[in-house]
Write a new protein. Structure first.
Length: 283
């Protein structure tokens, strides 16, 4: 009996570790291949390898060489600008919206929450034609600010549900005690709710920052001139040319995109996991 239990435990651990190792390989292998390709000479992926025989930094230098067709530095700054303002706008708007749904009972509250749930089921690219027409009517084609507003609007439904769930876990007794001491709703929001919601604010901030960096469909609909491109659009053009496609330069550019994401994640990682799990389990 004891031998059977040990055998079952061994097989459970074996398959668990085998699954973890398999997932790690799936995640790390494409990253290692991209890093290796960025240091391989030439423009083709056919002759590249994970460990280059003759590593070179030429592709990284080419990104910042100042060519008219490759304005990588400008695209990088455009992406950072859009991501940072989207992150700030998403945190502010989602915090206000989640606080209202969590702490106040008003007419249409349940219908509004249901509407947010339905909006999460509709992909944003389904409204591309309407957004394109709207941008033309407003005269805001190639406008980063219109794109930022669209990103913030797309972040509100899902993140509101996450933050509302987290705020619901904060005891209402704290609000009532503060009101007895003379605090209003605004003071309660800024001095009690927001400090206690730092884990979920970190999650919303991370979602708001990484979303624009990985978006191609919406940004390519609004941004049409090379000077206003973001990194996904600019890098796509590197591999879209029939005769001049440069996959290794694309790999170098893709590696550099991960730097700001890694910096933001390191800054927020202390609160990231706890905020995501807590917001996902409270309703």
């Amino acid at each position: 009996m004891l031998a059977d239990m040990r055998k079952r435990k061994f097989f459970r651990l074996f398959f668990s570790y085998a699954l973890l190792i398999f997932m790690i390989v799936i995640i790390i292998y494409p990253l290692l291949w991209t890093v290796g390709a960025s240091f391989n000479p030439g423009n083709s992926l056919i002759s590249t390898s994970i460990i280059p025989d003759n590593p070179t930094l030429d592709h990284y230098k080419e990104l910042f060489a100042g060519k008219q067709s490759l304005q990588y530095g400008r695209w990088y700054l455009n992406s950072l600008k859009i991501s940072i303002f989207t992150m700030i706008g998403a945190v502010i708007s989602v915090s206000f919206t989640a606080y209202a749904f969590s702490r106040f009972r008003f007419k249409g509250r349940k219908n509004a929450l249901m509407l947010f749930l339905l909006l999460q089921m509709i992909p944003q690219f389904s409204a591309l034609v309407a957004l394109f027409v709207l941008a033309q009517m407003l005269g805001m084609m190639n406008s980063h600010w219109l794109l930022i507003l669209l990103y913030i609007g797309g972040q509100i439904p899902m993140n509101t549900y996450l933050m509302k769930g987290y705020m619901d876990s904060i005891p209402v007794d704290l609000d009532e005690s503060a009101k007895i001491d003379g605090a209003g709703n605004t003071r309660i929001f800024w001095q009690i709710i927001m400090p206690l919601s730092k884990p979920m604010i970190a999650v919303v901030a991370m979602n708001g920052f990484t979303g624009p960096l990985g978006d191609f469909v919406l940004s390519s609909t609004i941004l049409r001139s090379p000077e206003s491109y973001t990194l996904p659009i600019g890098l796509y053009n590197l591999v879209n040319e029939v005769m001049g496609a440069s996959y290794t330069t694309f790999a170098a550019g893709a590696i550099l995109i991960s730097i700001p994401v890694a910096v933001i994640f390191i800054m927020l990682q202390k609160n990231f996991v706890s905020g995501l799990t807590a917001g996902g389990t409270k309703g």
